[in-house]
Design a protein around this ligand. Structure first.
Ligand SMILES: [Zn+2]
Length: 403
C-alpha cells in the first residue's frame, strides 16, 4: 500500500505512467489495477536473481516498484533480462521524485535517456548501452571512452564527433539514441564523409535535436579540490555564469539536508559552508566540488534532462573519499543521470547497489566491444566469456589500484 501511495498510484514505468486506481463496481467499489513488482526476485531463481540480498531484505518496500499489471508482467518476461535491477531502481527513483515534485507544485520536464546504440563506428563493434540513473563505465586508455562521450554529446553539439570523424579518423558512422519525453523517442546520427544527418523518429531534422544536456567533468581539465571556495571559482569549475553559480551554492542546504546545514557568501564572493554536525567527510576540499556538481546537475535537470559525465574524477583521492562520492550520487532524490568512468575498485563493488556497469574491451584489431551486464545479476561472475568482472577490470586497468 505504501509503495502505491509513494508512486501516486501510477505505474513507475516511464513509458507508461498509467493510473492504477479508480472507481470499481457499485457506489463504494474501488478498482485496483496495480502491482508491487520485485526489483530483485522474491524467490531464488526468479527474474533478476537475488542480488545477494537476504529473503527479508527482498521483501521490504525498498525492493519493490509500483507498476500497472501489464508492466509488472512485462519486466519479468525472459527472466527479466531486458529490465535490470538498476534500471528498475532508476525508474522507481525517477517516478517517486517526479511524484514528490508534482505534489509540491513543481512541473519538471520529463526526460530520461534510455539507450545509446552504436550501429557502425570506426572504434566500436556494434553494441548497445542501456542507461540507468547511475552508470559505471570501465575501459582502459584507448578503448574509446572519450569517443563514446562524443557520441552522447553529438545530439546537442557535434563538433568533437566531427573533428575526429572527418579530420582524425576519416570514417562513416551511425548511432542511435533513445529517450523518453515521456513517449519513447529515437534519434539517429549518421556521418558520411563530411555530411552529418540527424533523424528524429525516422524524420530528417536539419540541426542537432538536443533532447538532453551532457555536462562533462574530467581530471584532464578539472581540479577536483577546492581549498577556499569562491563564487568565481565555482563558476569557472562548472563553466557557468557567476549568478548561476551563486544559485547552485545557495541550493546546497536544501539539496543536501543531511550534509550541509547552511551556506554564507561574503561580499567578496567567498563561500563559507556549515556542515551538519557529525557529518563524516574526511577531507572537505575534495568532497565539496562533488556536492557542487550534484546540486548543479539537479538544478539543471529541473529545466531539461541532464546527464552528468565524470571522467576519472578520483585521481589523487583517498578511497574513503571515493566511497563518500559514491554515497552522494546514490541518494535517491536526484533526478539527473550519472555516467562515471573510473577504475575505482570501490565503484566496481557498487554494481549491486543500483549502478549498472558497461565495459569497453579491446576486441577485433583496433575496435572495442561494448559489454554490459544483463538483468541477471548472478551472471556477473560468469560473464563475459567465463571471466569475472573483477578480472576483466583488473586486466583493463593500466592505472588500477589494487583490485
Ligand atoms: Zn504500466
Amino acid at each position: 500500500m505504501k509503495l502505491a501511495q509513494r508512486a501516486g498510484f501510477r505505474c513507475s514505468n516511464p513509458q507508461c505512467g498509467a493510473l492504477t486506481i479508480g472507481p470499481g463496481a457499485g457506489p463504494e467499489g474501488v478498482s485496483d489495477t496495480g502491482t508491487a513488482a520485485h526489483i530483485f526476485a522474491a524467490a531464488a531463481g526468479g527474474p533478476r536473481g537475488t542480488g545477494g540480498l537476504s529473503d527479508e531484505e527482498r521483501s521490504t518496500i525498498s525492493n519493490g516498484i509500483w507498476m500497472c499489471a501489464n508492466c509488472g508482467r512485462l519486466v519479468d518476461v525472459n527472466a527479466g533480462k531486458l529490465y535490470s535491477a538498476s534500471l528498475l531502481r532508476s525508474w522507481k527513483d525517477l517516478h517517486e521524485n517526479r511524484t514528490r515534485l508534482e505534489q509540491g507544485g513543481h512541473v519538471q520536464p520529463f526526460g530520461w535517456v534510455q539507450s545509446l546504440e552504436v550501429a557502425s563506428h570506426y572504434l566500436f563493434m556494434p553494441g548497445i548501452i542501456r542507461l540507468s540513473k547511475l552508470n559505471l563505465l570501465f575501459g582502459m586508455n584507448g578503448s574509446g571512452k572519450t569517443r563514446l562521450f562524443h557520441l552522447l554529446t553529438c545530439m546537442s553539439s557535434p563538433q568533437l564527433l566531427m573533428d575526429a570523424a572527418v579530420l582524425k579518423y576519416p570514417a562513416d558512422l551511425t548511432c542511435e539514441i533513445t529517450w523518453f519525453d515521456p513517449a519513447l523517442r529515437r534519434a539517429t546520427v549518421d556521418v558520411r564523409g563530411e555530411a552529418l544527418a540527424y533523424h528524429v523518429d525516422a524524420r530528417r531534422v536539419p540541426l542537432p535535436p538536443r533532447p538532453y544536456r551532457v555536462w562533462s567533468f574530467g581530471t584532464r581539465n578539472q581540479t577536483f579540490a577546492m581549498d577556499s571556495p569562491t563564487i568565481g571559482g565555482i563558476a569557472d569549475f562548472l563553466d557557468i555564469d557567476p549568478w548561476a553559480a551563486r544559485t547552485v551554492v545557495h541550493s546546497l542546504p536544501d539539496l543536501l539536508p543531511g550534509v550541509i546545514s547552511g551556506v554564507t557568501v561574503s561580499d567578496k564572493g567567498s563561500v563559507d559552508v556549515a556542515y551538519v554536525r557529525g557529518w563524516r567527510a574526511a577531507d572537505r576540499r575534495y568532497i565539496f566540488p562533488f556536492y557542487v556538481l550534484a546540486a548543479f546537475a539537479e538544478l539543471q535537470a529541473r529545466s531539461e534532462p541532464t546527464i552528468l559525465v565524470l571522467d576519472e574524477p578520483f585521481t589523487f583521492m583517498d578511497p574513503v573519499m571515493e566511497l563518500e562520492v559514491l554515497d552522494l550520487f546514490e541518494l535517491s532524490h536526484w533526478t539527473f543521470q550519472v555516467i562515471l568512468a573510473t577504475f575505482s575498485p570501490h565503484a566496481c563493488d557498487r554494481r549491486h547497489q543500483g549502478w549498472s556497469a558497461t565495459v569497453l574491451m579491446p576486441a577485433d584489431g583496433r575496435k572495442s566491444r561494448i559489454s554490459q551486464e544483463d538483468g541477471d545479476v548472478e551472471a556477473i561472475n560468469r560473464a563475459p566469456e567465463g571471466e569475472s568482472w573483477e578480472e576483466i577490470i583488473r586486466k583493463l586497468g593500466p592505472n588500477n589500484r589494487g583490485l
